[in-house]
Design a protein. Structure first.
Lengths: 210, 210
């Protein structure tokens, strides 16, 4: 049995505070085994009924990477068009992905049809399959930051298009596209907060008692 | 800027290994502010477009807790009926929730209609709202274990029923019902693995290259 002390808990809190969604990467490569080690850590995560529904796709082929970047550019242009006035002006200045600089590209899917776990815990809430994959991504994100590696989650993508670009099995649902690399700079504040897009609220604003 | 060392990284890995889905709780109470502190930590998590869609409901009222337990009993009976033979026999022996013993009950929702974050990053993947809430739960789970507190995620529930029992706003989507308390025992292996319900696979089994 393992116990943790105050020093560890303080550092863990610092990790939560300094874990960022990184969009500005240095282009120097990651250590060869870095992404595989992060995937291995992700697999220590909880999953509904021990279903381990996470499926990882390390994207190395330049043509596939380029197609993902092109899909982002297209989806981001559509997103800009949905804003108007001052909000549109501000959106246009935001840097929302590091796809072109990040040395590591990792797509993550949830296998919706695997029998691993024998369906336990998923009957009334089948979406817990996707949630298990998100828990794994969160673990990987924290582990990455602990070794100075930044991770950025890009969601401004067309899931069907990503599915086609990566030629993955039909039963896999697209969850996240992750940019991985060394960040240009470290910060304890979200980039969208620095850019005055949105501000962070207090936990009490989000808590009810019943 | 904060850097982490090898000792912290080793302990973080131990935290991932020893974080369990707890179903067997001691009944002694948690410190008064424990759940609020965990919620505050959860709010340090990443969220799509800084939307902070997490909504927490601390469930203290005995009648509401009883109604949740009754819903679990009903859903779990249905789940058992869906198995047959040896698998059904084995399912019947599993303890799948600590709802009756855990001193803390926390329901977690995603607000699907909040304008916080101005929709950024959610146009093509609106489900990233739910995913942001799962990331927050994962952070809380790790922080809890670091102070010796166990958390168990119960998904064998009817979301509509939980919504009604807790009388929360219509736009909130039910994500998780969490039991929180001190675990009876600590273990580095999932209970479903110990019970031979399912075994853990290697990360390489889940990784493709493209």
């Amino acid at each position: 049995m393992v116990e943790f002390d105050d020093i560890f808990r303080q550092q863990l809190r610092e990790l939560f505070v300094w874990r960022r969604d990184v969009r500005r990467f240095r282009t120097d490569p990651l250590p060869n085994d870095a992404v595989d080690r992060l995937i291995e850590t992700a697999c220590l995560s909880p999953s509904v009924g021990l279903s381990q529904p996470w499926r990882f796709v390390i994207v190395d082929h330049p043509a596939r990477r380029r197609a993902v970047v092109d899909d982002f550019i297209s989806c981001n242009a559509d997103a800009l068009n949905a804003y108007a006035g001052e909000r549109a002006t501000r959106y246009a200045t935001l840097k929302l992905s590091g796809l072109e600089q990040a040395p590591g590209h990792l797509a993550v899917f949830a296998d919706k049809e695997s029998d691993i776990g024998h369906g336990l815990g998923r009957a009334t809430m089948p979406e817990t399959t996707e949630y298990s994959v998100v828990a794994a991504i969160t673990a990987m994100w924290l582990a990455a930051r602990a070794e100075g590696i930044g991770l950025g989650w890009v969601s401004i993508l067309n899931p069907d298009r990503i599915h086609a670009i990566l030629e993955v099995p039909q039963s896999w649902k697209f969850i996240a596209y992750l940019c991985i690399g060394y960040p240009e700079a470290e910060c304890d504040r979200p980039e969208l907060e620095q850019a005055k897009w949105e501000h962070r609220r207090s936990a009490t604003e989000f808590t009810l008692r019943r």
